[in-house]
Design a protein around this ligand. Structure first.
Ligand code: AMP
Length: 145
């Protein structure tokens, strides 16, 4: 087996994030691999049923992105990850993670077995989708409640 050279951790800022980053950082050290972080902000869709909502005084997606950038930068600092290797992406989570991984020569994607969705399932929906769609190895770190 060849060594991993670029490990990407997909983080959703749930309670398991620290566990994921610690595991991935440990692997990156063993393989002397580059370590990257990614978080995806999905489009916020407000349907016709919400016509009566007053116009919000800020752009929700932009606000989520700004907050995610701050959290990701803080996480990157703690794990000695280059700022350029900690990116917030806009899009649908599965596709954005996979595209980013392919475009950046990632050979191992690390996800939690569960995040904000899918507790009670064997694998959460994102973990499952990444596992099925990835062209590289995927490590689903077992998240225990
Ligand atoms: P889920 O399958 O959605 O319960 O989440 C499982 C794992 O997918 C999480 O532990 C994260 O590793 C990853 N994940 C979920 N949502 C996101 C997101 N918005 N951005 C990046 N990674 C995510």
């Amino acid at each position: 087996m060849t060594d991993y050279r670029h490990i990407l951790v997909a983080v959703d800022f749930s309670a398991a994030t620290e566990q994921l980053c610690t595991r991935a950082s440990d692997l990156a050290q063993r393989y002397a691999a580059r370590l990257s972080l990614v978080h995806v902000v999905e489009p916020v869709v407000i349907g016709p049923a919400y016509d009566m909502l007053p116009e919000l005084p800020f752009d929700v997606e932009e606000e989520l992105r700004t907050r995610a950038e701050a959290k990701l930068a803080e996480l990157a600092g703690r794990y000695a990850i280059e700022p350029a290797d900690a990116q917030v992406l806009n899009g649908l989570t599965k596709g954005a993670i996979l595209e980013h991984a392919e475009a950046n020569g990632v050979d191992l994607i690390v996800v939690g077995s569960h995040g904000r969705h899918g507790v009670g399932l064997l694998l959460g929906s994102t973990a499952n989708a990444v596992l099925h769609g990835a062209r590289c190895d995927v490590l689903a770190v077992r998240i225990r409640e």
